[in-house]
Design a protein around this ligand. Structure first.
Ligand code: ATP
Ligand code: NI
Length: 340
């Protein structure tokens, strides 16, 4: 048995709607170690949040985990063991207003978490709440502890949400686009705060974003998600230095300043498809500038690529010796399929 904090194996989470079965997360596997930040990146609708909700046991009807295993510290969670680990896994969502209750003071919400997860009450809890607000960088914490969420700015609210998450004394923190709703300066501050807390508390972090720039700054290892699957996984440096999957290359090309010349950012045309059946092809093929015939007929398996020491994998036939097309020369996939 590995000593991973979180070990996800072949997870499939589907939504049974009247019309069809949506395979939002379709067979993903990954680990998070203590002290490690693992990124999940992909466009809107790729299945990032459903992966996060699955890990937390928060998949809502008509969604269900249909297959796979989620082990936390060696305990299987799928099948209903989340309650035993409530508080061990905390989440920070994009919009702090949705995580805060407007009718209670910020302090009371932190104290509630301290009571449930750490058994603290009364003055002891109040003191601990103030200390947590100080830890997350809220000035004048002794006064602000009795203020309401609407009295906080957006950035301060997200700090308060992080304080509540920490009040659970978690081992794993799941961050789902935690800075997307914030302006750039505040975003940088919150990322710095998360980084600091992670190092101090030796937290494992699952970090979700659609922003490759944030991934580069924040994560140790990255999983690139497309239509419910992980199309590429690698340590962050390896992924940025030697991306393999055309989708990863497309995402990287959209980072400002990474592409040579021109002021227009290349984008990948089209949208993430909704997956409704078992894949018999590469789900990215319709948007892929390098797709060849086999890509529409064979579902690519994940294979080892790049630096043999890097644990770098991609699911793309371009790298599979069995198929004819050879990998594209170095360069980035741009709009309309030219290589720039
Ligand atoms: N309650 C639901 N009912 C039906 N389908 C759903 C539901 N929630 C999510 N899905 C499906 O799961 C897919 C993945 O959604 P998810 O929220 O995980 O995407 P995401 O990668 O987090 O995107 P975003 O960047 O927009 O947050 C969606 O495209 C949708 O088809
Ligand atoms: Ni999401």
């Amino acid at each position: 048995m590995s000593d991973a904090l979180l070990e996800v194996e072949n997870l499939r989470t589907v939504f049974h709607t009247e019309k069809e079965t949506i395979r939002a997360v379709d067979g993903v596997s990954f680990d998070v170690q203590r002290g490690e930040t693992v990124g999940l990146v992909g466009e809107s609708g790729s299945g990032k949040s459903v992966t996060a909700r699955s890990v937390l046991g928060l998949v809502e009807e008509p969604g269900v985990i249909e297959e796979g295993s989620i082990e936390f510290c060696g305990d299987e969670l799928v099948g209903g063991n989340w309650d035993e680990h409530r508080g061990d896994i905390a989440i920070v969502f994009q919009d702090p207003m949705n995580s805060l209750n407007p009718v209670y003071t910020v302090g009371n919400q932190i104290k509630e978490a301290l009571r449930i997860h750490q058994g603290l009450r009364g003055q002891e809890a109040t003191d601990a709440a103030i200390e947590l607000l100080e830890d997350v960088g809220i000035p004048d914490a002794a006064r602000r502890v009795s203020e309401y969420p609407h009295q906080f700015s957006g950035g301060m609210r997200q700090r308060a949400v992080i304080a509540i998450a920490l009040a659970c004394d978690p081992d794993l923190l799941v961050c789902d686009e935690p800075t997307t709703a914030l302006d750039v300066t505040i975003q940088a501050q919150i990322l710095e705060l998360l980084d600091e807390l992670q190092r101090e508390e030796d937290l494992g972090v699952l970090f979700i974003t659609h922003d490759m720039g944030v991934i580069e700054e924040t994560t140790d290892r990255v999983n690139v998600m497309y239509a419910g699957e992980f199309v590429e996984s690698a340590p962050v440096d390896e992924l940025f230095d030697a991306p393999k999957h055309p989708y990863t290359k497309g995402l990287l090309a959209s980072i400002p300043g990474r592409t040579a010349g021109g002021d227009r950012l290349p984008t990948i045309e089209g949208e993430v498809p909704t997956s409704t059946s078992e894949p018999t092809e590469c789900r990215f093929a319709p948007r892929c500038p390098h797709a060849f015939d086999a890509c529409r007929e064979v579902h690519p398996e994940r294979i080892a690529v790049g630096d043999p020491d890097a644990d770098h994998e991609t699911a793309c036939l371009l790298y599979d010796d069995e198929f004819e097309e050879s990998p594209p020369e170095d360069g980035v996939v741009a709009d309309g399929g030219e290589t720039v």
